[in-house]
Write a protein that binds this ligand. Structure first.
Ligand SMILES: N[C@@H](CCC(=O)N[C@@H](CS)C(=O)NCC(=O)O)C(=O)O
Length: 344
């Protein structure tokens, strides 16, 4: 009795598996095909955050989040210029993705359960490990966030920042007066004109925003980090093939750094006989095709923006005005927590 019913069960399971594979590949074709037909990737970025996504007077975008989209466009088209950037506020970003206005969201967005479960969205990877901090006017003579009782705090709406702020003050039996703004520009202006004592955001954004203040030397970034803010690109959850492409472009940039393959030594990588370099360049294996891309997809991405470390240093690290240390965002083999699965 047991055997026939379990083999029937197996057959039903197999049928379900075949069906779900079909469903995935049909849905999975959609975003990549749409992007290819359109001839440009539509990428949601922030409205202006130096180091992450910033637009100059000529309308040229630059930054870490911007470069991620260029790497993705390079992996798809072998042309990093085939991106249309869509600036989005914190409040509107996830709806823009759900509504199909963008193909991917690359906008310092923190991966949380609430933003994924039941939301129709998926975070593809972590591209930057951040944490929330505080920037305070020096006139307050404060050296720790625990001395901020009764402070007035400027914050941007629609962020994890506002939620962590409430948690932190409640957990430490302190009170505060919140001034919440729709746009970063308004929040920073309020802080700069002393309408609030404190500005709070992801630490990376504190470094970025300090640059734009009228008197950057009159403020201090406190050492306290009150939350985990793993930031990464987001896609719709109904397209596993596209999710994999976005995820592996992120992993590919990290793997490239680990393999020592950067923008300046691509020809060496192409000439290399090392197995992992050959897989990376597409000389060996069929990894790109499995993603629906050219086998040289990873090389194309690195050619466009460099490997992870180059992208980091140029936009937010030592070669940038922000000067943010690599910290947690160093490779796992160098004391950080960046660890990408192997490209094989
Ligand atoms: N990582 C947090 C905060 C992200 C966020 O939007 N931060 C603001 C404050 S610095 C920002 O980047 N604003 C830029 C903009 O609105 O263009 C989140 O995902 O909620």
């Amino acid at each position: 009795m047991g055997a026939p019913s379990s083999s029937l069960g197996l057959r039903i399971l197999c049928a379900a598996a075949v069906f779900s594979t079909l469903a995935v590949s049909v849905a999975g074709a959609a975003t990549l095909d749409t992007v290819k037909q359109r001839g440009t990737l539509t990428c949601g970025v922030s409205q202006g955050l130096p180091g992450f996504s910033d637009r100059d007077a000529q309308g040229n975008w630059s930054g870490f989040d911007v470069d991620f989209c260029r790497a993705l466009a390079a992996a798809v088209f072998n042309d990093p210029k085939k991106v249309t950037f869509v600036p989005l506020s914190a409040v509107e970003r996830f709806d823009a993705l759900k509504d199909g206005k963008i193909d991917v969201l690359s906008r310092n967005s923190t991966w949380t359960l609430d933003r994924e479960a039941g939301s129709g969205l998926l975070f593809a990877s972590v591209m930057y490990y951040d944490g929330q901090g505080f920037m305070v006017a020096r006139r307050l003579q404060v050296t720790s966030a625990l001395e901020l009782d009764k402070a007035s705090v400027c914050v941007q709406k629609g962020t994890t920042t506002a939620l962590n702020l409430a948690d932190f003050f409640r957990a430490n039996s302190m009170t505060y007066r919140e001034l919440a703004f729709d746009t970063l520009g308004d929040a920073i202006k309020a802080f700069d004109t002393a309408q609030c004592d404190v500005f709070t955001s992801d630490q990376s954004a504190l470094y970025a925003n300090r640059l734009g203040l009228s008197k950057p030397e009159s403020v201090e970034i406190l050492p306290d980090v009150i939350s985990k803010e793993p930031l990464g690109p987001v896609v719709r959850s109904d397209d596993v093939a596209w999710f994999n492409i976005v995820k592996w472009v992120g992993f590919g940039l990290v793997d490239a750094e680990e393999l020592g393959i950067g923008a300046s030594n691509l020809s060496e990588a192409l000439a290399s006989t090392k197995p992992d370099a050959k897989r990376f360049t597409g000389a060996d294996g069929d990894f790109g095709r499995k993603l629906g891309l050219d086998n040289a997809w990873a090389l194309q991405a690195v050619k466009a923006v460099g490997h992870y470390g180059e992208m980091f240093e140029r936009n937010i690290g030592s070669q940038s005005r922000l000067g943010v240390p690599r910290g947690l965002n160093q490779l796992w083999s160098q004391g950080g927590i960046l660890y990408a699965p192997p490209l094989r």
